[in-house]
Design a binder for this molecule. Sequence first.
Ligand code: SAM
Length: 272
Amino acid sequence: MMSPERRTRGRTSRSRLQALDVYLCRAEAELLGRQEGPWSEAAFIDVGFGEHPWTTLESAEAFRALNPTLSVTGVEADAGRAAAAAASHEEARTHFRHGGFDWASGAGERARLVRAMNILRQYRPEDVEAAHAELGRALLPGGLLVEGSTDTQGGITVAYLLRRGPEALEREALLFHTDFGQGFAPLLFRDWLPRDWRRHVRPGEALHGFFTAWTEAWSEAREQGAREPRDSFRESARGLARAWPGVSTEPWLLENGYLRWQPAGGVPRPSR
Ligand SMILES: C[S@@+](CC[C@H](N)C(=O)[O-])C[C@H]1O[C@@H](n2cnc3c(N)ncnc32)[C@H](O)[C@@H]1O
């Protein structure tokens, strides 16, 4: 079990996770809105919300447009931050508490969505697998764990989408998003990869092949006239999808700066 006792700066910012909210409201509307049986009480859990619960509250508002009675709980390893958030923002269906990756407080507590963004950067790569298992343990079957990193303002995001399957947590997809604030090249994402992949994109690794293919597709798109960041992103994603299995070409994703890679056997792990 991971200790929730470590003290970190808790840096966060308003709208930092908005691109994820927008993605989830579109791609996971059914998951967010389900009400049958245990789903009626299944919460959205935001683990490690930081110094202020801004992103938790923003997501609560976005998700409640699809599910007005959704329970939302922010969990923090820092007891002072949890108490301050509870004192200012606790409501009938919005709660904050001190806790860690094993966030479920009772045997019956269940979640539909667990988010842990910008947390594991502070951990060791070898801790990631156990952290995922703990974070996802109390998801209902079909529930989703979103874990990854963004830059400080949320202009660049890379996140794992991990789904609770019949046996275990499945490494369903890797989601990339940019708001084009820094222009666009595939390598922009490398510094924001999830903790286990960061600094492990080396020749011979699956993600190295992925980024090489994406960069080639990007160069080709630019040579063919796609010079604006949005155009080179969209056209490079289409080129990548032709070369690399599992890349979604859904127009809404590509028009809005999202690339979802969903390989058939699950997102590979780096070799060590
Ligand atoms: C950088 S902030 C991220 C805030 C917010 N999620 C965001 O993306 O802006 C990281 C927070 O995670 C908390 N944290 C670290 N390890 C944790 C754990 N095991 N369980 C719960 N919170 C944790 C820290 O106390 C810190 O407040």
